[in-house]
Design a protein around this ligand. Structure first.
Ligand code: BJW
Ligand code: ZN
Length: 292
């Protein structure tokens, strides 16, 4: 899908949603929310880039969402990879290195501890749009990674998906990926980029990530929708709620009567759909919300 069409859809969504935010009244009554959480049997936590912001990983929208002169969303497309696999691999090499050095923060840890404590009494599912692996590193077990993972590759020829934690992922990317806006172009020959090692294949590898205009893995999507369809409570944490299909999950749950609480540093186009809004860095608000 072309970028201008995506931008115009997004603008329409924003324009349609913000007047409702101003007119609506979300509760920020933490004790009341915690009471509701206590009696919930099925809990979903839907996270986005904001939960990793306090670990030093840039979010997509806003000031940090640029790498060189590019908006991240312009590089996370099949078209960008076709045009310059070298540039896209540099971008992902940089992101792999940043995420590998980052540590889970109190938000990730609060979620993992909550699951460890209540995961036998309740069904607790974490659905993340993030690809940085920090939920797993914090100890979360029941996790659905909607948009893939920075440390998985997929062969463009045989489609094999493999975990790959190599740093750098190939020799040619050593010292590459600098985010500096003055760096122009990318000239790594395709043959020097990561390739499939399967006998008789040798196809070019790509990050196992869902790019714009690509369908989510149907099995992953089914799992996420099943959890969303039956949860009593959903915590929506650090997402701008503008990227579909994830953006529709929590509003749909709220519409069928599930209690939905948003944790964000600022309102989003979906805030008015929800019962609770807890403003502030989720590294602070989540530990409070999930503690006894
Ligand atoms: C804090 C904080 C702190 C900061 N504490 N909070 C239906 C309607 C309209 C459009 C579409 C539609 N269906 C599909 C589309 C097209 C497209 C889309 O949604 N476009 C929109 C932009 C309009 N969707 C797709 O293409 C999806 N595919 C699909 O649906 O296929 C079928 C189809 C295709 C085409 C047409 C129709 C149907 C695929 C989406 C894949 C998204 N991929 C990305 C890139 C991954 C690659 C990578 O990481 O490199 O995933 S995009 C990017 O956005 C990334 C994120 O996971 C995703 C969501 O972003 P997120 O997490 O919300 O981050 P931010 O930065 O936006 O927000 C951060 C938030 O945190 C902010 O609110 C801050 O305030 C907050 N925050 N610090 C708490 N400390
Ligand atoms: Zn292959």
């Amino acid at each position: 899908m072309c970028i201008s069409l995506i931008s115009s859809i997004r603008r329409t969504i924003l324009i349609c949603s913000f007047p409702r935010i101003m007119a609506s009244r979300q509760s920020s009554d933490m004790p009341k929310f915690k009471e509701a959480l206590k009696s919930a049997k099925e809990v979903v936590i839907l996270s986005g880039a904001g939960i990793s912001a306090e670990s030093g990983i840039p979010t997509f929208r806003g000031a940090g969402g640029f790498w060189r002169k590019y908006q991240a969303a312009n590089l996370a497309t099949p078209g960008a990879f076709r045009t310059s696999p070298s540039l896209v691999w540099e971008f992902y090499h940089y992101r792999r290195e940043v995420a590998a050095k980052a540590q889970p923060n109190p938000g990730h840890i609060a979620i993992a501890q909550y699951e460890a404590k209540y995961g036998t009494d309740k069904t607790i599912t974490v659905i993340t749009q993030n690809v940085d692996g920090l939920h797993v590193r914090a100890g979360t077990k029941n996790l659905i990674e909607l948009h893939g993972n920075l440390y998985k590759t997929r062969c463009t020829k045989c489609k094999e998906v493999l975990v790959n934690n190599d740093s750098p992922i190939c020799e040619a990317l050593e010292g590459r990926g600098a985010p500096d806006a003055t760096v122009v172009g990318s000239d790594i020959p395709v043959k020097s980029l990561p390739h499939c090692k399967k006998t008789g294949c040798g196809g070019l590898l790509r990050p196992h990530i869902v790019w714009f205009g690509e369908n989510l893995d149907p099995a992953v999507m089914d799992k996420a929708q099943a959890a969303m369809a039956t949860c009593d409570i959903c915590l929506v944490v650090g997402t701008s709620s503008v990227v579909y299909p994830a953006a529709m999950f929590a509003p749909q749950a709220a519409a069928r009567g599930a209690i939905v609480a948003e944790f964000n540093i600022e309102p989003t186009p979906a805030t008015s759909d929800f019962h609770y809004y807890f403003e502030g860095p989720c590294g602070t608000t989540l530990p409070e919300a999930l503690a006894d």
